[in-house]
Design a protein around this ligand. Sequence first.
Ligand code: ADP
Ligand code: MG
Length: 254
Amino acid sequence: MIELQNVSKYYVSKEAGEKAAVRNINLKIECGELFVLVGESGSGKTTLLKMLNGLIEKDSGEIVIAGKNSRDYNRRQLRLNMGYVLQQIALFPNMNVAENIALIPELKGWDKKRIRHRTLELLERVQLPPSYLKRKPSELSGGEQQRIGILRAIIAEPQIILMDEPFSALDPLSRLELQNLIKQIHSDFATTIVFVTHNVEEALKLGDRIAVMKGGMLQQVGAPNTILQQPENEYVQRFFGTADSAVTNNRAAI
Ligand code: ADP
Ligand code: MG
């Protein structure tokens, strides 16, 4: 579904000179996979994710999406077909919930009735009552806002959803609920999801496969169990060594 061949991105700064934010990444993400990119802050996760939907231009390498080179896509089309959820939630504060959710379907030319119908269906799915449609984002809790952010990203059924630390700012309970929601959405819609996090427990819980990044480079790509049981290097071992043992035991038992 997504293939990266030797993809790099460099930044030039006065202090450090030219520095690779992402270096020689080769990676294949399969159709329907929930793929997690995990790494410390500054390891290049956001840069890599934004190169997938063209928000950041790569300096070298190739990105192939659904069999077509990213260069051959019309940028707008590419972005409309990729849902995007950020940590900073980023709902439009001046629009109510219904208007926020309707944005992409409207750009895609859906009629009002279809948008309304689908919005109500999805709202029920995340256990929010229809009365929320008229509320402004400021009248919602952080967890509720992020639920709407997720609905906004999935309503038009994009083939790919990119998520950049979407739950980092939430309280533990909301985070848990939304992690479960993502798993459910992923299995119901068979969407390909690329999910970025710095949290190892979250990576282990969500990922079909996990890619571990450090200093712009991939350290290991594999299923959670493989990474736990056969870490490719000391860094990966140490990084996952910080995981809550309850999660690791749970994983090992599967
Ligand atoms: P992560 O999302 O894993 O925290 P980023 O992809 O945001 O990491 O950043 C990777 C590296 O690239 C960091 O060292 C960061 O400082 C650097 N970087 C990111 N964006 C820019 C930019 N616009 N200009 C210069 N350096 C940048
Ligand atoms: Mg980031």
